[in-house]
Design a protein around this ligand. Structure first.
Ligand SMILES: [Zn+2]
Length: 107
């Protein structure tokens, strides 16, 4: 049975997969920003965030980091390590961090 932290990490990892495709499409169109989906733990979130390519790559360089809309963080499973007026950067803590790294499409 999945723990809550594990389920939450899997949801975030799923949004990360979506954003990897979104980024490819944006690149194909020559866009300089990615209209990414919020990578929070809510399976029904659906919010979007505007992230530059360099910001996006900086997030993806770490398997346990996600870009979220401010206010969508869950401090029981992640901590906020950076942010700007468009999004916040969180790092998973506890068992969710290992799940997130295991599911990293770039690992
Ligand atoms: Zn969200």
């Amino acid at each position: 049975v999945d723990s809550r932290a594990e389920r939450a990490a899997k949801n975030e990892a799923l949004f990360r997969e979506v954003n990897e495709r979104v980024k490819e499409v944006a690149e194909g169109f020559g866009s300089d920003t990615v209209g990414a989906v919020c990578e929070c733990s809510s399976p029904t979130c659906g919010a979007t965030i505007q992230v530059t390519f360099s910001e996006y790559e900086a997030v993806r360089a770490h398997g346990d980091r996600f870009a979220l809309l401010e206010g969508h963080e869950d401090l029981s499973i992640e901590r906020v390590i950076d942010g700007n007026e468009r999004f916040i950067l969180v790092e998973k803590i506890g068992e969710g961090a290992a799940v997130a790294r295991d599911l990293d499409p770039r690992a």
